[in-house]
Structure formats: structure tokens, C-alpha cells
Design a protein. Structure first.
Length: 418
């Protein structure tokens, strides 16, 4: 639907609600009248209007790989186990399923405000270049909704002649960014040399999965800095994860960050994965009580919000669903854990407060929440939008989305068509 005006919206730095007039794909200053394009008015109803979000690092070809059958299986909780699990699960789905899941991932990203993304495309001998073609087709298909910038990503390493040939072929096929994953190879320096040689040959930027470890002695940051400077690639190299930085003492951490800055190397932090797969030092450093172990021991456990937006909880927002979701991340919960966490914000705290039973069973008090997901059991994992709240059978909150009006011109043109 063409939008000719975003009405009653608050922009960054703006004093108050105003209208944004759009014309031919651009925001106009609204001063000069523009020819009506027959679009609709998007009523923000006094809400904020922000620049569209950009995702610097995402994988579409392994999106939604945890199928129903895997929900309660052992969950990979370190990097090697995750790589192995993805390879195993990938082998169970068809290319068309990968395509459907990638489409679904783009839909979810767009629905979350993402307008562009750098997408790592797996290049490895068992699949050859089929994922390259899939992503190129997908990028074209979704171009009007989300720009996909594709990275050739050798997840299984570059130790074999075939793997190196395929990465080169992927670049020859037109992928604009060369990726790398040196930590999967026994000779990470050789992996880096191969990646940087390809970057030089194609004049392409580099985007590395790097230092996804708790052990700073395994860091390759210095090796990447050296190659970046040697080839004059300052400003064109990106590293993702770099969790070794979190394990450094403050002086060495500062020195490493200074090196990255001086070499113009970008750092992409990936907390969903970094919190889940890294941070395995002992004693545990997450400073969150062990919820799942307490539940398994038979303890009644509630998750609560504690504070809102103050020095005790600067990011506290009053949302129990968000609190439980964050607990799931920190506890490395799988689907079973997420299901259990739903109890920590419903039945368990009700019992702590000594309230009568509430819920959806006959006889329960009708205190209910409507959320935007088809899977109530996984509400904590999905962290959906709350659509409505019912207290004792009465609607006490209802989410109201942006309203789409036809403009006068739009109605006219629709009338003409009908
Ligand atoms: Zn990645």
C-alpha cells in the first residue's frame, strides 16, 4: 500500500507530533504541495517514527531449524555443538524448506522494522552453490521490502581444495562480500590469508566470524588487524562475535579495542548467540540464579521485573514477558525451559501472592492476556506483542496499531477503479 503521508508522528529530535509527507519514495519537507499519489495515510497516532533498522549480521539459511521434533532434545550450548547441530538439522530439510524458512525470517525481520540486512550465505562442499542461488533469488524477491546484502560464508572451513574453490566460485557468482570463519580450521592463519586474498582479488569487503570463544589466548584479532592494514582495507573489514574481548582484563581489552579502531574494523555484537553459546567460564558470571535447576529441585520460582528504568534496572520496562524472555536467554533455555518459564510469570507468582487460581480452565478467574503468537506455550521464547489484557472478565487494555486511512485522492482513484 502506497503511503503518501505518515500522520501525527514524532521523529528523532522532533519537538512534537507532525506529519511526514512522502513523495516518490522520499520524505519531503511538506512545504511545497506535491501531486497526490493516491496513497494512504498511515496514522501513527502520536507515536514515534524512526529510521528503518539495519541488521548487520544474520543467517537466513538456518532460520527456524529447531523444528517441533527438536524442541525437547538436548540443546547445543557451545559453538562446536551448535555448528554440528545445524549441520545435522540442515540435512533433514529440503532446499524448499530452507527457502520457506528464509522467507519467513525476512517476513519476521520486516515486521520488526528491518529494512536492510547483511546475510551470511553458507558455502560448503555438501551443498555447493545451491544456497547462493537461493539467496540471490530471495534477495530479488524481497528487494522492495528489505535489501539483502549477501556474504559468502565458509561455515565448514577452508581446509580443503574444494572448499576454497567453492568460496571463490561464490564470489565469481556475484556475492559482494567475502566471509570467513577461521576458528573452525586447524590453521586459522591460512583461512584468513585465503579470505583476504579473495577480498583483494574481488575488491570486496570482508566480514568474519571471529573469536567466538571465552579464551583470549585463541584470539585472532591481531592477525586480522595486520592483514587489514597490510592490504589497505581499513573501513572495509567487519568482525562478528569477538566474545574473547569480554574475557580480557581491562587494560588488554582497551588495547585490543584501540587496535580495532585504528584499523577501522567494525565489531558486530550478537547477544542472542553470544549469551547463549559463550560465557562458559567458571565460576558462572551471569549473576542470575539458576532458574531451571531450581525448578528441577522443586523450588517455586517466579521471574519479576524489580524496577523500571532506574539505576537498579536501566532497561527495566515493566514487561514480565520480556523479563522471562531475557531469563530464557541467560539460562540457555530450550523450548521446554521456555514453557517452564511461562509458569514463573503466571501460576508461580499467583501462588506466592496467595491468589485464587486463574487462567483458561473451567473455574479459573478470568485474568487473561492476549498475545500475538499462535503458540501460547512458546510465548516466552517468542516474546510477542501483548494485544489485550482481561481482568476479571473485563477488557482493561487493548493494543491499538497504526491505522491506515485512504486519502481523499486514494478514495477517488479507488472509486474510479470500481
Ligand atoms: Zn553468524
Amino acid at each position: 500500500v502506497l503511503i503518501e503521508r505518515v500522520a501525527d508522528a514524532i521523529a528523532l529530535g522532533g519537538a512534537g507530533p507532525r506529519d511526514l509527507v512522502l513523495h516518490e519514495g522520499h520524505v519531503t519537507d511538506g512545504a511545497a504541495p506535491v501531486a497526490a499519489e493516491g496513497g494512504a495515510v498511515l496514522d501513527a497516532a502520536g507515536g514515534a517514527v524512526l529510521p528503518g533498522f539495519v541488521d548487520a549480521h544474520v543467517h537466513l539459511d538456518k532460520a527456524f531449524l529447531l523444528a517441533d521434533a527438536e524442541r525437547d532434545g538436548p540443546l547445543a550450548a557451545d559453538l562446536t555443538a551448535a555448528i554440528d547441530a545445524v549441520a545435522r538439522l540442515r540435512a533433514t530439510v529440503s532446499l524448499e524448506q530452507v527457502r520457506a524458512s528464509a522467507r519467513r525470517a525476512v517476513d519476521a525481520m520486516v515486521a520488526s522494522g528491518t529494512v536492510a540486512a547483511r546475510v551470511h550465505v553458507e558455502i560448503e562442499p555438501s551443498t555447493g552453490l545451491e544456497l547462493v542461488a537461493l539467496h540471490q533469488e530471495l534477495a530479488e524477491e524481497v528487494a522492495d521490502r528489505c535489501l539483502l546484502q549477501l556474504v559468502a560464508f565458509p561455515q565448514q572451513g577452508l581446509a580443503t581444495t574444494e572448499a576454497r574453490r567453492l568460496l571463490g566460485a561464490a564470489m565469481d557468482a556475484g556475492l559482494p562480500v567475502v566471509g570467513g570463519c577461521p576458528y573452525v580450521d586447524d590453521d586459522p592463519a591460512a583461512h584468513l590469508d585465503e579470505v583476504f586474498a579473495l577480498a583483494e582479488h574481488h575488491g570486496a569487503p570482508v566480514d568474519l566470524h571471529l573469536d567466538f570463544s571465552d579464551d583470549p589466548s585463541r584470539s585472532l584479532l591481531r592477525a586480522v588487524v595486520e592483514r587489514t592494514v597490510a592490504l589497505g582495507l581499513q573501513g572495509r573489514v567487519t568482525v562478528g562475535h569477538a566474545t574473547t574481548l569480554a574475557a580480557l582484563d581491562p587494560d588488554r581489552q582497551r588495547a585490543a579495542l584501540d587496535q580495532l579502531a585504528a584499523a577501522g574494523i567494525a565489531l558486530v555484537v550478537l547477544p542472542f548467540s553470544d549469551l547463549h553459546l559463550a560465557g562458559h567460564g567458571e565460576p558462572g558470571t551471569r549473576s542470575v540464579a539458576p532458574i531451571e535447576r531450581a525448578l528441577a529441585a522443586g523450588v517455586r520460582v517466579a521471574v519479576a521485573t524489580n524496577n523500571l528504568a532506574n539505576p537498579f534496572a536501566p532497561s527495566g520496562n515493566g514487561s514480565l514477558l520480556h523479563a522471562a524472555w531475557l531469563a530464557a536467554v541467560v539460562q540457555r533455555s530450550g523450548s521446554a525451559g521456555a514453557r517452564a518459564l511461562l509458569g514463573t510469570i503466571t501460576s508461580a507468582p499467583a501462588a506466592v501472592l496467595g491468589l485464587e487460581r486463574h487462567g483458561t480452565e473451567p473455574g479459573d478467574a478470568a485474568h487473561l492476556v492476549l498475545v500475538d503468537t499462535p503458540d501460547p506455550e512458546l510465548a516466552v521464547a517468542r516474546c510477542p506483542t501483548v494485544l489485550a489484557t482481561v481482568r476479571a472478565g473485563r477488557l482493561v487494555h487493548r493494543a491499538v496499531g497504526p491505522v491506515l486511512h485512504a486519502s481523499t485522492a486514494g478514495l477517488d482513484s479507488m472509486d474510479r477503479r470500481s
